[in-house]
Structure formats: C-alpha cells, structure tokens
Design a protein around this ligand. Structure first.
Ligand SMILES: NC(=O)c1ccc[n+]([C@@H]2O[C@H](COP(=O)([O-])OP(=O)(O)OC[C@H]3O[C@@H](n4cnc5c(N)ncnc54)[C@H](O)[C@@H]3O)[C@@H](O)[C@H]2O)c1
Length: 239
C-alpha cells in the first residue's frame, strides 16, 4: 500500500512542486490548502482537501479521515510586508495564527494518529529567516522587506520541531524541519541581484533544490534523524 502524506500549502509555488515530487515517488498525497484552485491539473492521482489549518475542528476531521497518515509536511505559511512601524496587531496575529497555530494543530492531529501505529514522519518548513535576520539592504526601496513576525514564526517552527522530536521520538515519530533560502519566483531584478550577491552559490534557489532533502526526511534513510533543521540555502547563512 502507498504511504500517505498530508501536505499543507499545496496550492502554492513550492507546494505544487512537492506534489509532483511525491506522486513521482509513489506516495499517496492528500493536498491541503485554504485555496485549491490550481490543483485540478494533478487529476485523480491527488486527493484535495480545502481546509483552513487554523480551524481546529476541520483539522481534527481531516485526521479522522486520514488516521493512516504516514507523513505530514507543514508547508502552508504566510508573510506580511508592510514596514515594521506600520504593523498592526491584526497583521501580526494573522501570521502567528497561520504559521504557528496552524502548524501546531496539524502536528497535534498527526501525532495522535501516528502514535497509535508507532510510526511517522513530520517535516516542518521553516526558513533561513528563522535562523538569521533578514538584511534590509537586499530589499532596497521595494517596500517588500521581510517582517519581524515572519522571522519570529519561523524560529518558532524550528523550536516546535525540536519539542516534538524530544517528546515523540520514543514512539518512532521523527520530526525535522527544512529551512529554505529564497526561491526564485519572478522577483524584481534589483532584489534578485542583491540576494544573489549575498549567496555563496550566487543564485536563488529553485523548488527542485529542496526535493532531495524532503524525500530523505520522509524515507527510511532518515529513521535516526530527529529534531534537525536542515538549511538548504546555497550557503546564505554561512558567511
Ligand atoms: N518561497 C520562498 O522563497 C521560501 C523561502 C523560505 C521558506 N518558504 C516557506 O515555504 C512555504 C511555501 O512557500 P511558497 O513560496 O510556496 O508560498 P505560497 O504563498 O506560494 O504558498 C503558501 C500556501 O499556503 C496556503 N495557506 C495560507 N494560509 C493557509 C491556511 N490558513 N490554511 C491552509 N493553507 C493556507 C496558501 O493558500 C498558499 O497556497 C512557506 O511556509 C514559506 O514560508 C518559502
């Protein structure tokens, strides 16, 4: 029987590339997103669930329907780009709600079911900005600067990963995170130039750069890897 993976944020840039990867590698994929309009292209190979990961009732129902979940990829995430001085409490809490509460609820739902089978893999998607602060010089006058709350939330995801690793490793659930560097997605030429100049490999990431790490963390090859944050950033955080 194919192993079942629940993937959140499936409708986004990276989510869609992960779906393709997982299907090609013979996983059964349940694609979860609050917006599912771009998922029809995958046809009947994909099970799609439209769901807000911050809704505890909907999340619990999802895991009732998929109590045989083998892997969970917490990829849904949002940011906010207004200047720090203008940040409203509402904007701040929106990011915390999706990135932290949503990830927490999904992990809780998965772990309750994985525990019963003494097997499970959780991969949380962090960010380089959960590890280092962003350099405002990269963003220039674009008014698209990374926010403090995005960074705080990603650091929180890395810490949640360690908590779950230490509390559920004994029931054979491995929890790890991947912290990607910036992925090219038609950003402005100025931004791309600035970002590349800070990256030892002199380029932004593409979605495929993240694939082998994701497959590794879902596979039996990582059965003794637990609580790690694997940074995939071309060396951005290594200076
Ligand atoms: N793209 C990058 O450069 C980059 C770099 C580092 C980390 N990341 C992280 O990778 C992940 C995916 O990034 P992306 O670039 O594909 O983003 P994206 O914006 O393209 O996709 C995010 C998806 O999450 C979904 N989502 C948002 N709120 C939700 C909710 N409440 N419930 C369910 N789904 C919800 C959105 O609808 C969207 O489809 C994010 O966690 C992001 O922080 C991205």
């Amino acid at each position: 029987m194919l192993k079942k993976i629940i993937l959140t944020g499936a409708n986004g840039q990276l989510g869609k590339s992960y779906i393709k990867l997982l299907l090609e590698n013979d996983y059964k994929v349940v694609a979860v997103d609050i917006n599912t309009d771009q998922l029809a292209e995958f046809g009947t190979d994909l099970e799609v669930t439209k769901l807000d990961i911050t809704d505890p009732i909907a999340v619990n129902q999802l895991f009732n329907e998929h109590s045989d979940v083998y892997g969970l990829i917490n990829n849904a995430g949002i940011g906010v780009f207004t200047p720090f001085e203008d940040r409203t409490a509402e904007e701040f809490m929106d990011v915390v709600k999706v990135n932290l509460l949503g990830t927490f609820l999904m992990c809780q739902g998965a772990i309750k079911r994985m525990k019963l089978r003494s097997e499970g893999k959780i991969v949380n998607i962090g960010s380089i900005y959960g590890v280092v602060s962003s350099d405002p010089r990269i963003y220039g006058n674009s008014r698209r600067n990374n926010s403090e709350v995005y960074s705080i939330s990603k650091a929180g995801i890395i810490q949640l990963t360690k908590y779950l690793a230490t509390h559920f490793g004994h029931v054979n659930i491995q929890t790890n995170s991947i912290s990607p560097g910036g992925v090219y997605n038609r950003q402005s030429d100025d931004f791309v130039r600035n970002y590349e100049s800070k990256t030892p490999m002199n380029r932004m990431a593409n979605p495929e750069d993240l694939h082998s790490t994701l497959l590794f963390l879902l596979s039996a090859s990582s059965n003794y890897v637990n609580g790690q944050n694997i940074v995939v950033d071309g060396g951005f955080t290594s200076w």
